[in-house]
Design a protein around this ligand. Structure first.
Ligand SMILES: NC(=O)c1ccc[n+]([C@@H]2O[C@H](COP(=O)([O-])OP(=O)(O)OC[C@H]3O[C@@H](n4cnc5c(N)ncnc54)[C@H](OP(=O)(O)O)[C@@H]3O)[C@@H](O)[C@H]2O)c1
Length: 327
């Protein structure tokens, strides 16, 4: 038996409870994992609240991310005792996820943790931080350098934003963070943001198709009018990594910045990211994310606290990264 947060659907409502579940109820997979840590992402907030149509079958164990030790494996790459991390592949949506003391997954989805990162630190990073690194790698591949000019990070105090700021600052970039929370200014400065701007300067929408060229690059967790404003303010040749939709999934813009400034809009998908790129991103996180900054982002939660936190994250009220402690 193992303990899990179980979601059930009754009529149109999704409810949650802590349950004891038989090992034999776990879904098929070639690696059995003793889960030690999980975390909370924006998508977990959607799943916990039964939103977004992400979960098809109930009862369901949520938890998009997990880390822990391999207990049993019939996959050639893993043996008992290996410390692994799992993000993406629709775990926690279509497959039972990390809000449980045990999980059974496909070995092809897993990544062995690089030297220097613990399971707890991996979950402090989680999908949010992993995606931030994919965004940083995408900007680099499209010409970003620390000498090129300031990088804008939107949704600065959120999970994606926090890790992006810490990594970019360590790499020597001049980072401007946008935030809607005045209480986050010291936190963002401590992570390495050089400048902080009020969220509404971006979310009110662009003044004109081509505004003053400010940003050499952008990691955008917000979408909608915020992303449209960023597009209008990019320097010539600048690249934007479009990561999220915390402010909305619409995008009303013009092609003018793409035609006259060669602006590049790069989509970032962490869920189906191929394994070699996953491994490269985790290696980069081990080397380029300052662990003292990561520590400053962490708050700890139990399984019991997750339903409440799931609602908070959808309202933009969770700062940094939540680590869920299991075994
Ligand atoms: N593409 C992918 O593979 C991928 C992976 C992970 C996450 N995501 C997406 O990335 C986004 C951020 O994820 P996260 O885990 O970092 O979530 P999060 O911790 O909630 O961070 C989002 C941040 O956006 C800001 N924000 C919230 N509501 C806003 C609004 N209405 N207008 C403008 N800004 C708003 C807030 O930052 P401030 O208070 O500082 O303004 C909030 O902390 C989500 O949309 C998520 O679905 C995508």
């Amino acid at each position: 038996m193992f303990k899990a947060l179980l979601l059930e659907k009754t009529d149109d409502a999704v409810t949650s409870r802590i349950a004891e579940i038989e090992d034999s109820a776990l879904p098929e997979g070639d690696v059995l994992i003793d889960v030690s840590h999980s975390t909370l992402n924006y998508k977990d907030g959607l799943v916990l609240n039964g939103l977004g149509g992400l979960v098809r079958d109930y009862p369901h164990i949520p938890g998009v991310d997990l880390a822990g030790h391999v207990a049993e494996s019939s996959h050639p790459d893993y043996e008992a005792g290996d410390v692994i991390v799992s993000t993406g592949w629709h775990v926690g949506e279509r497959h039972w996820g990390g809000y449980a003391e045990k999980a059974r997954l496909r070995g092809d989805w897993l990544v062995k943790l690089p030297e220097g990162l613990s399971a707890r630190q991996a979950m402090a990073i989680g999908t949010a931080g992993f995606t931030s690194m994919l965004a940083v790698m995408a900007l680099e591949e499209h010409g970003a350098t620390p000498e090129g000019g300031p990088i804008l990070v939107t949704g600065g105090a959120g999970g994606v934003g926090s890790v992006a700021i810490a990594v970019l600052a360590k790499l020597g970039y001049e980072v401007t963070a946008s935030t809607g929370r005045a209480s986050s200014h010291d936190y963002l400065k401590d992570l390495g943001a050089r400048e902080i701007i009020e969220r509404s300067l971006l979310s009110d929408g662009p003044n004109r198709p081509l505004d003053k060229a400010i940003w050499a690059g952008c990691i955008d967790a917000v979408g909608s009018t915020t992303l449209a404003t960023a597009i209008s303010q990019m320097k010539h040749g600048g690249a934007i990594a479009a990561v999220g939709l915390a402010g909305g999934n619409d995008l009303n813009t013009t092609v003018i910045p793409f035609l006259l400034r060669g602006v590049k809009l790069l989509g970032i998908d962490s869920v189906l990211c191929p394994k070699p790129r996953r491994e490269a991103a985790w290696q980069r996180l081990a080397s380029d994310l300052p662990l003292d900054k990561l520590e400053a982002m962490i708050s700890t939660a139990s399984l019991e606290e997750l339903p409440g936190l799931g609602s908070d994250i959808l309202k933009g009220q969770v700062k940094g990264r939540v680590v869920v402690e299991l075994n």
